[in-house]
Write a protein that binds this ligand. Sequence first.
Ligand code: GUN
Ligand code: ZN
Length: 435
Amino acid sequence: MSDKKILLGQTLGFKADPFEESFDNATDYNSDGGLYIVDGLIADLGDRSDLLSRYPDVPNFDYKDYLLTAGLIDTHAHYPQTRIIASWGARLIEWLNTYTFPEEEKFGDREYANQTAGFYLDTLLQNGVTSTSSFCTIHPESVDAIFESAEQRGMRIIAGKTCMDRNAPPGLLDTPRSAYDDSRELIARWHEKGRLSYAISPRFAPTSTAEQLEALGSLWKEYPNCLMQTHLSEQLEEISWVGELFPDSKDYLEVYEQFSLLGERGLYGHGIHLSDSELDRIREVDGRLIHCPTSNMFIGSGLFRLCERKTAGFNTGLATDTGGGSSFSMFRVMAAAYEVSQLCGYSLHPSQLYWLATVGNAKSLHLENTIGNFQIGMEADIIALDLYSTEVISQRAKCSDNIWDTLFPTIMMGNEKAIKDVWVYGEKVKTYNSS
Ligand code: GUN
Ligand code: ZN
């Protein structure tokens, strides 16, 4: 027998990209709407009264004034850095050596990996984040841990073994061969298993030899529908170091290009300091640039020019980069994207911010027909937002006479208190506020 339910409330989805269309034309907002869900998928949507009369015997969950949106998506994170989030006082390379690598060394212990993976995914759900693309550590156990934890929670996630064969402590090094073999085995075990999929994950050029990058480039050719995730042009010191390590490459991007690691299914974290030529080459193949504003400010990396990239036609994602990013909350990330954009001379509209965290991120992950929006046939990952979750937000939102002014205070100041309920594949999960 099918499992059927109706969720009622204000609903917000998107018909188009609000960077390309006017906000009104791009958005699909219904002040009294609903979603009809059958076996984890959105089977119908529309006005409350129409849905109730079309499906009279189906149980309904009435969220009244709460706002129903697609679950938020994080397109670049490191779940093993959960316990070192908000570590003080270092720039990228020192931060990796001082905090990150010692913590990542612990993930050969399966029990530790399980505990952190479970805590991380529960924290995401508390924050209304229903999907993530996460780096793991070099240990295959760390990959098994997060995929098993996601499977238990029914979540759609992407993850991959972080490959490194130099410039890290001995306990965190693999080899070109073992990186290839481990990743291949993990692909066989997890890729496209239910809602899970695998991303081939060379950490970044400085921690891989040419041989390892070449091995992972070959692996991607064997499995072209896997995503590939890495870091690119995050800090100026890092870029100089790449120049020293790969003196024959004309720029950072060419290191990846020459080993077949540039492509449409490539996710390039940060990409702040790219030259015009590098940008052109990424755009030519429609590679995804992932903007991590909280991390870029926390580690002091620089200002990513999101609006220029969007105007130039890039598919651009938005991400926490936990634990370089100092929050698990995509509200905090949207707020930081707004603030960074202000410094670059452009005021992102709330519809643009929300589109980025849902539809835009799904597009970055090539999942725009599956998650991130309300359309018939899409998976029912849904959050119910309280737009009056604190006194301060509430007094501001109450002055508004339109959905954008009502939503913006939650984007800028909201936290997990604003997440009333979370539905994953049509099932309600327990969170901070749910009863
Ligand atoms: N570059 C290489 N590894 C990392 C990482 O773990 N975090 C960030 N922010 N940048 C990186
Ligand atoms: Zn990262």
